[in-house]
Design a protein around this ligand. Structure first.
Ligand code: ZN
Length: 147
């Protein structure tokens, strides 16, 4: 294991133990639920969008370290972004996780999730909050399921 992987792992452990924006937002304008039956991760996402800008994001639920860290990192990355920017970020993270593409330019701290690509079972955990985000942004009622 090299130093970079070590650092990445530390960030994931930190976000798992101290998740950022772990809160329900009662006045959320967009909400969605996500479920990964393979691992048992369940996540609810709450978003406040004002004038096409994401002003606040929170999540609640329970899951493994990867799903929690991914949710936590996602909420941090989204606050202050426009819907278009959030969509763009979704595509980049999705490609990084599913194809292992190294186009991590501009994704900042989310790069720590790049190593997850090597563990197919964990990819679904990492992608769950992002799928759920997509549903929330599109106001879809159904539960986002990763399988
Ligand atoms: Zn999981």
């Amino acid at each position: 294991m090299n130093d970079l992987q070590d650092l990445y792992q530390q960030v994931i452990i930190d976000h798992n133990h101290n998740p950022r924006n772990f809160k329900e937002i009662e006045q959320a304008s967009h909400v969605a639920k996500g479920h990964n039956p393979l691992c048992g991760d369940k996540i609810d996402i709450y978003i406040i969008i004002k004038d096409n800008l994401i002003t606040d994001v929170g999540f609640t639920g329970s899951g493994c370290a990867i799903s929690k860290a991914s949710s936590s990192l996602m909420t941090e990355a989204l606050i202050g972004k426009s819907i278009d920017e959030a969509d763009h970020l979704f595509e980049k993270v999705h490609d990084m996780l599913t194809k292992g593409k190294a186009d991590i330019e501009g994704i900042g701290k989310l790069a720590v999730l790049s190593g997850v690509h090597k563990f197919p079972a964990r990819v679904k955990c990492a992608i769950l909050p992002w799928r759920t985000l997509k549903n929330a942004l599109e106001n879809k009622d159904q539960i986002a399921v990763t399988e």
